[in-house]
Design a binder for this molecule. Structure first.
Ligand SMILES: NC(=O)c1ccc[n+]([C@@H]2O[C@H](COP(=O)([O-])OP(=O)(O)OC[C@H]3O[C@@H](n4cnc5c(N)ncnc54)[C@H](O)[C@@H]3O)[C@@H](O)[C@H]2O)c1
Ligand SMILES: [Zn+2]
Length: 705
């Protein structure tokens, strides 16, 4: 680390070491496309270098990575001279740094300029030349001055026009146009590609960006053609025969020429609205089809670009607002195997603790042995781990170049690692299961799942209590929970009079849960909240469902044969009927009049259009579903409400024609009963919220008082 007293000699030494290290990673990243460290780790090194150089300006060298763009182009490609230098971007990491950047620019200009905000597409930078409307050449950024000729490969990129679009008027075509874009690989295609590479025993890509770079920089265009690369344009390098006043005007013109510009590129009048944009984009990060590593904020008027100029590495009129990293590299110390409630054996990675996506990761799933083999992961490897949004943290790929030779392959145990019982892998399935009927690991997981929030919601009944109950043989299965006495619970470690009463109260509360929660609690394969509700609606009673044939179960709307078979298999499992009998004797509700148990939105049909700012569309659908409402994809006379987000589609026109009630986001949140989604101030939405507030909102709490 940098020294406190600013010792010159020490700084020189550290600078030297940092530059060497960064040059190594630049080569691995830009030329080989096989990074050894995460972008976050790289950015930290880079930041240390920048800070140190700022404190010791006399030690800045012209070849320092802070003064250069990218890396020397590979000799595998024909060199291309760009018409203007292609620069990188300076980074900011929070709102204060963004404000500091903006203030500096505003001071330089003597005014506060409007901005344009864009997603920072995590791809490969290219410059593409159109001569009189025809695609003639494309090159990578390279070191900014000289790039690599990838024209033949770019011809295979879908959505990259070979001819610019003009409506009949050839004379409006620019004489010469060099534009800058980002080649990317959609996340789904990246995952597919890695799966294929793994199946072929080849090395995986660490992330979509590396995969895009690797696919574009191919000697054989046929390989590029097989990878579904895409492109968005975001900048002008040089044009002859076209002039613009602002960046957003330029983007709009590129659109008319048929060049794809990101739909989320938006002009913003001031810094405050740019900050709001950044927050929105961060919230929607996982809704995009491609990865982004931040937002790019650009000053809109082009004369301001000329006035502000550039450093040797980046323009002063644009900045990258980097989002928190979702990927890190760390050591995989060991692979362990857990046993789930259905007996499934799941290998998982024990990691050297690492901070990623806002939490410290110590474990990550590896799904199954095939997946480990396919990814080529060895115990002891350095690996790329990823934690994105709500997704379970996973190991993406190993970094084979960092192997020491002491790594070893993982071997799946041939007995259950918990009970030592036999295991079985049904043909055609990736999952291996412990088939023992009294495997303590399965019993534990089943009880914990049964008691969990989304199921029977028995507070205080987590892993340690469940384990203690099993150890003391007070329960063997979930049916026994309801005959527990205070005296029995009192024998558990740490349980005093008060905690005992609390647990008994929590169990009491669970006796009257809706039967769909009981169904969820059983942990039947494929039966989550939605299927459980449909089954409960159709059968009204657990015993009736337990007697039904798979064919009868499959007759329920929305329940397919796979779920039906799984339900049947659950009730056919030895011991299940005994558990149900214990539940009945324990006073647990097994049947109910489903009309009373319906949710506040029962009978209402929703259609959603546009983008919501407070939640993803999927989350909105789940919320409606959880309250008993239905979501459909198209507007019709039977639609109860159209939820209208930003940039609505033609569904809005249709709904207006049909005079359907519209809900803006605030009104929608109010309907969901969200406290922080209070109706917006404008009259329209307040009215809408009031209108729907009656009848569909949950009863006020006073009802029970
Ligand atoms: N992991 C490693 O070992 C390693 C090594 C070197 C570099 N890196 C990563 O690469 C970064 C440096 O690479 P860089 O110089 O390409 O910088 P960068 O990727 O951080 O930012 C500049 C690039 O953003 C792209 N971009 C995407 N969307 C854009 C938009 N809307 N407008 C303008 N530009 C847009 C441009 O192509 C531009 O070249 C580092 O921050 C680091 O995260 C990682
Ligand atoms: Zn077992």
């Amino acid at each position: 680390m940098a020294q406190k007293n600013g010792d010159h000699a020490e700084a020189r030494e550290r600078l030297d070491a940092l530059r060497k290290e960064i040059a190594h990673h630049d080569h691995r990243y830009h030329v080989l496309e096989r990074p050894e460290i995460s972008d976050a780790a790289y950015d930290a090194l880079f930041r240390e270098l920048t800070d140190l150089e700022r404190r010791f300006p006399d030690l800045v060298t012209p070849d320092s990575p802070t003064q250069r763009v990218g890396a020397t182009p590979s000799a595998l490609f024909v060199p291309v001279q760009h018409s203007e230098r292609l620069l990188s971007l300076d980074n900011v990491f929070d709102d204060d740094e963004l404000t500091a950047w903006y203030d500096r620019a505003a001071r330089g200009l003597g005014r506060s300029p409007p901005l344009v905000c864009e997603p920072k597409i995590d791809g490969v930078s290219v410059a593409i030349v159109y001569e009189r409307g025809r695609f003639v050449r494309g090159a990578t950024r390279g070191d900014g001055t000289v790039g690599e000729d990838v024209t033949a490969n770019l011809r295979t990129v879908r959505g990259l026009p070979m001819r610019l679009h003009v409506e009949g008027r050839e004379d409006t075509l620019p004489e010469w146009l060099e534009v800058r874009g980002e080649i990317y690989l959609p996340i789904a295609d990246f995952e597919r590609l890695n799966a294929e590479l793994g199946d072929a025993g080849r090395q995986l890509f660490a992330n979509p960006r590396n995969a895009a770079a690797g696919s574009l920089r191919q000697k054989d265009p046929a390989i590029t053609a097989a990878r579904p690369l895409r492109i968005f344009f975001h900048g002008l390098v040089h044009a002859v025969g076209l002039t613009f006043r602002t960046h957003h005007e330029m983007l709009a013109h590129l659109r008319t020429l048929g060049l794809r510009v990101h739909p989320r590129s938006e002009p913003q009048p001031d810094l405050a609205s740019a900050r709001a944009y950044v927050a929105r984009l961060l919230a929607d990060r996982h809704a995009l089809e491609h990865e982004i590593d931040g937002a790019v904020i650009k000053i809109d008027p082009l004369d301001a670009h000329t006035e502000l100029g550039t450093t040797s590495k980046a323009p002063r009129w644009a900045v990258a607002y980097k989002f928190p990293a979702e990927e890190q590299t760390t050591r995989l110390n060991d692979i362990m195997v857990s046993v789930g409630r259905t007996g499934a054996l799941t290998p998982f990675a024990m990691l050297e603790p690492v901070r990623v996506g806002g939490v410290t990761l110590q474990m990550a799933t590896l799904h199954n042995p095939d997946e480990i083999a396919r990814k080529g992961i060895l115990i002891g490897d350095m690996v790329v781990v990823r934690r994105a949004g709500d997704v379970i943290p996973e190991v993406v790929a190993p970094v084979p170049s960092l192997r020491t030779g002491s790594e070893r392959p993982f071997v799946m145990p041939d007995r259950c690692p918990v009970c030592g019982g036999p295991i079985e892998r049904p043909e055609g399935e990736a999952v291996t299961r412990c088939t023992s009927l009294d495997c303590p690991a399965q019993s534990l997981e089943r009880i914990v799942h049964f008691a969990s929030r989304g199921a029977m919601d028995i507070e205080h009944l987590g892993y340690s209590t469940a384990q203690a109950l099993l150890d003391k043989k007070l329960v063997a299965d979930v049916g026994d929970l309801f005959s527990l006495t205070a005296a029995q619970i009192g024998t558990l470690p740490g349980y005093k009079a008060r905690s005992t009463q609390n647990l008994l109260k929590a169990i009491e509360a669970a006796r009257s849960r809706p039967i769909e929660r009981l169904l969820i609690g059983f942990g039947i394969r494929h039966v989550g909240g939605t299927a459980a509700r449909k089954l409960a609606d159709a059968f009204h009673a657990i015993p009736a469902l337990a007697r039904a044939s798979a064919a009868d179960i499959a007759k329920v709307e929305g329940i397919g044969p796979v779920i039906a078979e799984a339900v049947r298999a659950h009730f056919d499992r030895p011991g299940t009927l005994e558990v149900i009998e214990k539940l009945r004797q324990g006073g647990v509700r097994l049947e109910e009049d489903r009309t009373r148990a319906a949710g506040p939105l029962t009978g209402k049909t929703f259609v959603i259009t546009g983008t919501l700012t407070s939640m993803s569309r999927e989350a909105a659908m789940k919320r409606i579903d959880a309250l008993g409402g239905k979501v459909t994809s198209s507007v019709s006379g039977r639609t109860s409400y159209l939820v209208v987000g930003a940039d609505p589609s033609s569904k809005l026109d249709k709904a207006q024609k049909l005079k359907l009630p519209l809900l803006d986001e605030a009104a929608f949140l109010a309907m969901l009963g969200d406290a922080d989604g209070a109706p917006a101030a404008d009259a329209g939405s307040a009215e809408a919220a009031g209108e729907v507030g009656e009848g569909v909102r949950p009863e006020p709490e006073t009802a029970g008082a």
